[in-house]
Design a protein. Structure first.
Length: 230
């Protein structure tokens, strides 16, 4: 049986594809207040502002291309049973070739009814406008997780993380819960590596490789593929 690798990613893995991170200098949460654009209350108060914020992110993500980091993660499938658990709402992992991706914070390219969470549809790069309705009649909104909402697919993510033989964490500040907390369930992982630019406090038990994921991941993946488990 192949070893299971769980790759847990955040905004940093897409930084070199030109998509902004959240908390770095110049990041999205420095330009916009979370409370204005990423909460259910913001959507109730000013839906046009929230829709336009996500319309812009959706069109930027659609125009972006996967980078060498996303591609290296996809290549891991040549030697391992790989599951990507991502906090990202872009689809760059899928477009790089990763076949199993769990999106904890939803997907930019999906819309859903604001009163009908089950009425999800793929909209690609298209904008959502005020007045666009789901098939059950409520206003469409992005199928992304806002602050105060439950994250998606927790059970599946926890199952994968518990079963991981190796854990590769990439491009995340590990500051947003409950997503970051799921890593505490990696009981079986014998090897844990984190690839990121900055970390206040590297988590215990991890090897920290400091640098850009598009530069470091191809080498790391080549190492792991060259010495697969016996
Ligand atoms: P953050 O912006 O909090 O952290 C990005 C991390 O990526 C930082 O630790 C950077 O050091 C690192 N980084 C930046 N460029 C990099 C590069 N080229 N290569 C490797 N690492 C790099 O983003 P997340 O941790 O993803 O949630 O944020 C988690 C969640 O907070 C997001 O999913 C979003 C946000 O609020 C929601 O919107 C619900």
């Amino acid at each position: 049986m192949r070893e299971k690798v769980v790759v847990f990613t955040g905004a940093g893995v897409s930084a070199e594809s030109g998509l902004g991170t959240f908390r770095d200098a110049g990041g999205l949460w420095h330009e916009h207040s979370v409370y204005d654009v990423a909460t259910p209350e913001a959507f109730a108060r000013n839906p046009e502002l929230v829709l336009s914020f996500y319309n812009e992110r959706r069109s930027k993500a659609a125009a972006a291309e996967p980078n060498a980091g996303h591609r290296a993660i996809a290549e891991l499938e040549q030697g391992f049973d790989v599951v990507v658990v991502t906090q990202n709402v872009d689809d760059l992992h899928e477009r790089a070739g990763s076949s199993r991706v769990i999106h904890l914070h939803g997907k930019l390219r999906e819309a859903r009814g604001s009163d009908h969470p089950e009425a999800v549809r793929d909209i690609g790069a298209e904008p959502i406008n005020l007045g666009d309705l789901c098939e059950r009649g409520s206003q469409l909104r992005p199928n992304v997780v806002w602050f105060g909402e439950e994250i998606h697919h927790v059970d599946a993510a926890v199952r994968e993380i518990r079963a991981a033989d190796r854990l590769l964490v990439v491009g995340t500040s590990l500051s947003v819960y409950p997503a970051a907390g799921l890593l505490g369930d990696a009981w079986n992982a014998r090897e844990k590596v984190i690839v990121t630019l900055d970390l206040d406090d590297p988590p215990r038990g991890y090897e920290w490789r400091r640098g850009k994921s598009a530069e470091l991941l191809p080498g790391l993946v080549a190492e792991w593929l060259a010495f697969p488990p016996g």
